[in-house]
Write a protein that binds this ligand. Structure first.
Ligand code: DGY
Length: 324
């Protein structure tokens, strides 16, 4: 029997690719750059399954171009690139990759936090430049991390993984989320639920861990920066539009906050021009989950969801299981 046709907008890694090839007739986008939209629309036309990255917009335009599609598997936990309701209307299952990237992403939130607080990127640049004249008492002094207050905006799996790592730094941990966690979980993590305003006012490091939803777009804007300490830092590994970048640039320019470390941007891959030249920001290219182990697991999870759909099983990470 002919295998179902699938488009993968990435070549994936060895193990998930092997599994995918066993079950599907796969059309891979093999090139290193992301595929042009027109190419995706043309190639998806005769496909029953799609494995995509967060850079692909899965909306009415794409779904209309793919009348045979039965499943869309995002290789990412965030799925703000997918119009799930539009998929549901067409009885197309949409899936994501929750859980497997929490610890790796938390590691990276800490990487950013430490890098901006201790001016690592500036130090690296100085050391490489040949301009370093040797040890000096006031050279590249940053801010202490140990013993400070960490404010977590969003306390889901990733926020809690970030909190766990703070224990070694003897930090006070504040968090805010739509629903507070069970008291025993908060106690175990030594974390205190506070209203958002208090979190912004008291945290030395504000780290963002909410999904992008209409209600979280520009959740951190001028009003929040105005509440923050002048010595505080913002860390964002969630989604760029959660932070109002223009307001962030203004807050840095006026010294309302001390710095920021970002992995995500409002209009990726564009970065606000006001951020690029600043020494008080650390800028990473959306790589918080980018360990070989984790990215391989994410791809494998997407493939397993796809396989399940065609074996008549419920894909384990279906975002709209009601279509099944
Ligand atoms: C996600 O999975 O949503 C990240 O942004 C990429 O790992």
């Amino acid at each position: 029997m002919a295998k179902p046709k699938l488009l993968s907008t990435h070549k994936l890694f060895e193990a998930p690719r092997k599994l995918l090839d066993e079950h599907f007739d796969v059309d891979y986008w093999e090139r290193p750059e992301r595929p042009p939209r027109a190419e995706v629309l043309a190639r998806v036309a005769d496909k029953e399954a799609l494995i995509c990255l967060l850079t692909e917009k899965i909306n009415d335009e794409l779904l209309d171009a793919a009348p045979k599609l039965r499943i869309v598997c995002n290789v990412a936990v965030g799925f703000d690139n997918i119009d799930v309701a539009a998929c549901t209307r067409r009885k197309i299952v949409a899936t994501n990759t929750p859980g497997v990237l929490d610890e790796t992403t938390a590691d990276f939130a800490w990487t950013l936090l430490m890098a901006v607080a201790r001016r690592l990127v500036e130090g690296d640049q100085l050391t490489r430049s040949g301009a370093w004249a040797g040890w000096n008492l006031d050279q590249l002094c940053g801010a202490d991390v140990w013993g400070k207050t960490l404010g977590l905006v969003g306390f889901g799996r990733i926020g809690r993984a970030v909190a766990r790592r703070a224990a070694g730094f003897g930090m006070r941990i504040l968090y805010n989320d739509a629903i507070p966690v069970a008291p025993e979980v908060a106690q175990q993590l030594n974390a205190e639920f506070v209203e958002r305003d208090k979190l912004f006012a008291e945290a030395d490091f504000v780290s963002v861990h909410v999904p992008l939803l209409p209600e979280t777009r520009h959740l951190i804007s001028a009003a929040q920066f105005a509440k923050m300490k002048k010595t505080a830092y913002l860390i964002n590994t969630s989604r760029g539009p959660v932070v109002d970048e223009a307001a962030l640039v203004a807050a840095l320019q006026t010294g309302e906050i001390a710095g920021a470390a970002l992995d995500v941007y409002e209009n990726e891959p564009k970065v606000h021009a006001g951020l690029v030249g600043r020494k008080d920001v650390v800028l990473a290219p959306h790589i918080a989950s980018a360990s070989v182990e984790t990215r391989t697991k994410m791809a494998m999870m997407a493939v397993e969801n796809c396989v399940a759909r065609f074996e008549g099983k419920k894909p384990p990470n279906a975002l709209n299981p009601e279509v099944l």
